[in-house]
Design a protein around this ligand. Structure first.
Ligand SMILES: N=CN[C@@H](CCC(=O)O)C(=O)O
Ligand SMILES: [Zn+2]
Length: 415
């Protein structure tokens, strides 16, 4: 079955020649077609072009898009969507003056979520998590990475990764799974870090590999969490099972972690609210992409990733949501794009590139996702009538989405 979208006011992120990512000054370029058509066949993009060259409407499922914009679905390369319960109590504690660090030191934070997760059945976690996945899909996400990291036990981590696997089987979005056993040290290992790292390496990783549950390995490389040396052990162990590192780093302190991640083959380094000149040097001429998480900065009032500094150095940048119960209880990528423009001074073109093609790169998905390119998945957002794509970040709190399309079908018609 072919579907033809006609009279599209602006068709964004049109890339005739497939690219994997855009970097530095290239990010200011967002190729588009005005008054365009888009032709879908089954689950892929067949063709596109100017309306005057549109194919005959005969026998087609035709969708008139007059006044509306089409852009590729958001590619959210960093989330923790699978969790149990929430941490709204800690949110109020922070309003009343406690910091994220103080809450964590009292056994709150990640350990609070780990306790809840280990007390909750796999079925119940699936039910809670699928609601969040459906929510982000309705907000325009068409490819998403989901981390474990709230188990911190062999069974808990496996439980989370099995839930991610089920989500992958049941939803028409691309999902990549990341093993984040090195998210925090459980209380009983506070004085014996090596014993927990040994548990990750000798028990968790083999069990995960046996069920083929993960694509990537992650660690929270941060003062008070995993040191540079500890993270190197985790990255090297993961690589032995074919898991490429994607690492949380430089959220609160810069301790030389970025260079270690680049040296050990990380696909992405995520957070980077703090960035040093040495970090930038380490990233230059590497294949590792920085990922900024502006909703996290917003929610816990920490600095925003210095996007201009990274782009001026010629580096690529991806934007992701960080959806999690502690620092970012939202996976709304429209808000992420808007906040990147408003607070990080990214232009609309840069922010849309960062949330589409560069997000796809940060999940090894740019061959199939992240742009309007012939042969790629027909995953895209159809907006309500707009004057220009500038209104996407400008209308930062308005729902601009008329419909989301996944694998060639309007979402809601597949499941
Ligand atoms: N910083 C580490 N991990 C998450 C937060 C985890 C939590 O507080 O539950 C993040 O990316 O912000
Ligand atoms: Zn995170």
């Amino acid at each position: 079955m072919q579907t033809l979208l006609t009279h599209i006011k602006q068709l964004l992120q049109v890339r005739d020649t497939p690219i994997h990512k855009v970097s530095g000054a290239e990010m200011a370029n967002l190729p588009l077609l005005e008054n365009a058509y888009l032709l879908l066949e089954n689950d892929v993009i067949m063709d596109y072009g100017k309306m005057e060259n549109a194919p005959s409407l005969e026998g087609m499922n035709v969708v008139d898009c007059s006044g509306k914009i089409v852009l590729p679905s958001f590619c959210d390369s960093h989330t923790h969507i699978v969790y149990a319960g929430n941490r709204s109590g800690e949110f109020v504690d922070r309003i009343n003056g406690l910091s994220y660090e103080e809450i964590a030191n009292r056994g709150g934070g990640i350990l609070n979520s780990a306790k809840k997760l280990n007390e909750t059945s796999e079925e119940e976690i699936y039910e809670q998590s699928k609601k969040r996945l459906e929510e982000v899909i309705s907000q325009g996400t068409g490819a998403v990475e989901i981390k474990s990291g709230y188990g911190l036990t062999v069974e808990g981590e496996l439980k989370m990764l099995r839930v991610i696997k089920r989500l992958k089987e049941n939803y028409p979005v691309a999902i990549k799974a990341t093993f984040l056993g090195a998210h925090a040290f459980p209380m009983e290992y506070k004085e014996n870090h090596q014993a927990y790292i040994d548990l990750i390496i000798s028990e968790m990783l083999p069990a995960i590999a046996k069920e083929n549950l993960a694509d990537y390995i992650d660690a929270f490389l941060e003062t008070g969490y995993f040191s540079v040396e500890e993270t190197i052990q985790i990255m090297e162990a993961g690589k032995k099972y074919g898991l490429t590192p994607k690492i949380h780093v430089n959220q609160f302190t810069a301790i030389g972690g970025i260079k270690a991640c680049v040296d050990h083959g990380a696909l992405s380094v995520d957070h980077l609210e703090l960035v040093t000149e040495d970090d930038i040097e380490a990233l230059k001429n590497s294949d590792c992409i920085p990922v900024a998480l502006p909703s996290c900065s917003y929610f816990i009032s920490i600095p925003y990733t210095p996007a201009r500094q990274l782009l001026n150095a010629g580096l690529p940048l991806a934007l992701a949501s960080d959806f999690n119960p502690g620092t970012t209880p939202s996976g709304n990528m429209h808000f992420v794009v808007a906040t990147a423009c408003i607070k990080m001074k990214m232009t609309p073109e840069e922010a849309i590139n960062a949330a589409t093609i560069n997000g796809a790169y940060a999940m090894d998905l740019s061959d199939t996702h992240g742009s309007i390119t012939r042969g790629k998945k027909a995953n895209f957002i159809l907006t309500k009538p707009l004057h220009s794509y500038y209104e996407i970040p400008y209308c930062f709190a308005t729902n601009l989405i008329e419909s989301v399309w996944l694998e060639g079908k309007k979402f809601g018609t597949q499941i």
